[in-house]
Write a protein that binds this ligand. Structure first.
Ligand code: IVH
Length: 676
């Protein structure tokens, strides 16, 4: 066989296998037997053995391929992935409908109701009809590139059917089927491994695996319900219904149940219907998503800073269960807060087995008169930690024991206090251990430093951190950078290889972006968002700590409370010493978000819309520049838009900009605004 013949046959086989995959995994209507499928598949493998050039990334043989990755690379979504506003009540849903109607007076509104799938949000990019990149939602702008893991999902089409645009971002949810989840947990239990708390965690945990071979063993699946960027489409879909049809025609799996409604009453009926049907779905759902059907109307109502104004998630009431409260333990967190925890007789609730639930604080236990030995009601709502919500008084026997809240820290024996002045939202209610050297607090601070959202140190999980603190080799986060291989490998149940990996993770963290370090310090009120704002305002850590409260409040998103907290943190001598120790360990103190020519504030508060092809910058590069300078990038033109940056072939957005008299600028003018 010549190469040309092999190529032709390979293309034929690939196409045929993909057709069968689609019939089996997307439509659930297999067209051939397993044996027939295997025959075709082996013919393809044989061809690839003879002609290795035929092994392309999207060949059906490459669903599971490649070496394990070392880490996931960040990837920017071409259009941001926003979240949804939530409601639990019909009344709020009616208000939502009325609000949208006020924004679109006298217009007829049509709605689409879809299941809210409790999985992991995904963005998939297709270029010229081929799947090129898949990423998690991340912070909405940038996610983790998990393309090889996604390729293992059989219902994910590696290539699209006819009618695809040059570039397409599609959005949906990856989930583990209920059956798949039960099977996976049973296998893990049998193997002596920790089980997953619920299907969503199992799906998220599976996608985080660096080795696609492991991912391929997990029964993951995918449903699509949205699009992001579309380029080069003759006519794109104009409504949600058209879009779902289009996605289906392109080869994607879409929600098996949707409803079209025109009034709030119809929406309520549809939501009730969905509630009855959802136990039959292959995936867990936690609500209904209500979306305005027309894309043109969506453009006109726009977005808030977090979510679209044209959609809302209606969440079903949390499920409850009854179980025995066997014991109450007290946990000490990174801020020293003492949290009572109910140790429960394990019970199955909303898709997972619960054996612990929060009791919030001492007052809560008193008010609800919760006693050890009580039968209690527990509740779980979505991602919220399970909580004890009440006592089943009819089941009291008289043998229950009242709980005595500890008078000292259960971890270090120090005094506890709930005097006001901590600055925390729960001050006066929550008891706190006053000893900053309390091992639980130290572990909590170091755990936070290592966490994914902060310095992202691989292997720096709770157990290892606790061991390091107990062994007294680490007292603060800076001590991590002086650890030796012997010290780490010498810990119980720690292999040479894992110790090595952890130390490599520690070393790599020296070069992390400054905002991660700022966030990792765990300064009260300084979350990741504020840390980024600070890194935009100051060239380095020293400049940040040299700033007065007033200078700090000049930064966007930094108010007096935050500024005060930062200054106070740095007044503490032990914190100053910590900073010096980190400096000596050569950690990066320089901000890459800081732009001297475009100091934060230049574009602060300014809203940009990008349209058409820019001469030099890719759209995501332009967006990154604008955001770095404090501006916002929106996908639709409205009266709130300050600038429309227009390139070649700018279409309806440019027209709209002219109509609304929004200022239109070129790429060169944008660069000028940025001081470049
Ligand atoms: S639409 C701009 N539709 O829920 C609209 N989201 O709480 C963005 N989700 O991040 C989302 N099912 O991960 C949409 N049918 C559905 C959904 C859905 C589940 C998830 C999605 C989103 C989260 C928001």
């Amino acid at each position: 066989m010549t190469l040309a013949q092999a190529k032709a046959r390979h293309a034929e086989l690939s196409e045929e296998l993909r057709r069968h995959d689609h019939a089996y995994y997307v439509l659930a209507q297999p067209t051939i037997s397993d044996q027939e499928y295997d025959l075709l598949y082996h013919e393809l493998l044989d061809l690839e053995k003879q002609f290795p050039v035929l092994v392309t990334p999207d060949s059906p043989s490459q669903r599971v391929s490649g070496e394990p990755l070392k880490e996931f690379k960040p990837v920017r979504h071409l259009k941001p992935m926003t979240s949804l506003d939530n409601t639990y009540s019909q009344e709020e849903l009616r208000e939502f409908v009325a609000r949208v109607q006020r924004l679109l007076p006298r217009e007829t509104l049509e709605w689409v109701v879809e299941p809210k799938i409790d999985g992991v949000a995904m963005n998939l990019r297709y270029e010229k009809g081929r799947f090129t990149c898949g990423a998690t939602r991340g912070d909405g702008t940038t996610g983790d590139d998990i393309t090889p893991n996604l390729r293992t999902i059989r219902s994910l089409p590696p290539g699209l059917r006819d009618g695809f645009p040059a570039l397409l971002e599609v959005r949906g949810e990856v989930y583990l089927t209920r059956g798949g989840f039960a099977k996976l947990n049973a296998e893990r239990k049998a193997a002596g491994l920790e089980t997953f708390a619920n299907a969503r965690n199992a799906a998220a945990g599976s996608l985080k695996q660096l080795d696609p071979k492991i991912v391929a063993q997990r029964p993951l699946d995918l449903v699509l319900y949205g699009v992001g960027e579309i380029q080069g489409a003759a006519t794109g879909p104009q409504t949600q219904q058209e879009m779902l049809e289009w996605l289906k025609a392109l080869g994607f799996k879409t929600p098996e149940w949707t409803r079209h409604c025109e009034t709030a009453e119809q929406l309520v009926t549809a939501i009730d219907e969905l509630d009855k049907l959802r136990p039959e779905f292959p995936y867990e759902t936690d609500g209904a998503v209500i979306k305005l059907n027309s894309f043109a109307q969506r453009e006109r109502v726009g977005f808030t800073s977090k979510a679209p104004r044209w959609a809302i998630a209606y969440k079903y009431a949390a499920e409850q269960a009854e179980t025995l409260l066997k014991e109450i333990t007290v946990q000490v967190g990174r801020t020293g807060a003492l949290t009572p925890v109910a140790e429960l007789e394990p019970v199955f609730l909303a898709g997972s087995t619960i054996s612990r639930a929060t009791l919030h604080n001492q007052d809560y236990i008193r008010q609800k008169d919760i006693r050890i030995g009580d039968t209690v009601t527990i509740e779980k709502a979505g991602e919220v930690i399970p909580a004890v919500v009440g006592v089943v008084l009819t089941k009291r026997t008289g043998n229950e024991k009242a709980f005595r809240f500890p008078q000292t820290c259960p971890e270090c024996g120090s005094k506890v206090s709930r005097a006001p002045g901590s600055g925390e939202a729960d001050e006066g209610v929550v008891w706190r251990c006053v000893n900053p050297d309390c091992p639980a607090q130290v572990s909590g601070r170091i755990g936070h430093w290592c966490s994914r959202g902060a310095m992202d140190i691989e292997g720096g999980g709770e157990v290892l951190v606790r061991q390091l603190v107990t062994a007294r080799v680490v007292h603060d986060v800076a001590d991590l950078y002086a650890l030796t291989l012997e010290q780490v490998a010498g810990l119980e149940r720690m292999g040479q290889k894992s110790a090595q990996n952890f130390l490599e993770g520690v070393e790599a963290s020296k070069h992390r972006e400054l905002w991660r370090l700022i966030y990792g310090l765990g300064i009260l009120h300084v979350g990741a968002g504020v840390a980024k704002a600070l890194a935009r305002c100051f060239p380095d850590l020293d400049a940040l700590f040299a700033a007065s409260e007033e200078q700090l409040t000049d930064c966007e998103d930094v108010g007096e409370v935050i500024a005060g907290s930062i200054v106070q943190w740095h007044r503490d001598e032990s914190n100053c010493k910590l900073i010096d120790k980190l400096r000596r360990a050569s950690l990066n103190f320089t901000s890459d978000l800081y732009k001297p020519n475009a100091p934060a504030g230049t574009l602060t508060g300014k809203v940009f819309v990008l349209t058409g092809t820019l001469p030099h910058l890719k759209r995501e590069e332009a967006a990154a520049k604008i955001e770095t300078a404090g501006g916002k990038v929106s996908s639709s033109v409205s009266k709130q838009t300050d600038y429309v940056v227009a390139g070649e072939e700018a279409g309806s957005k440019l027209e709209k900009a002219h109509r609304l008299k929004v200022r239109v600028i070129s790429e060169a003018e944008l660069l000028k605004l940025l001081g470049e």
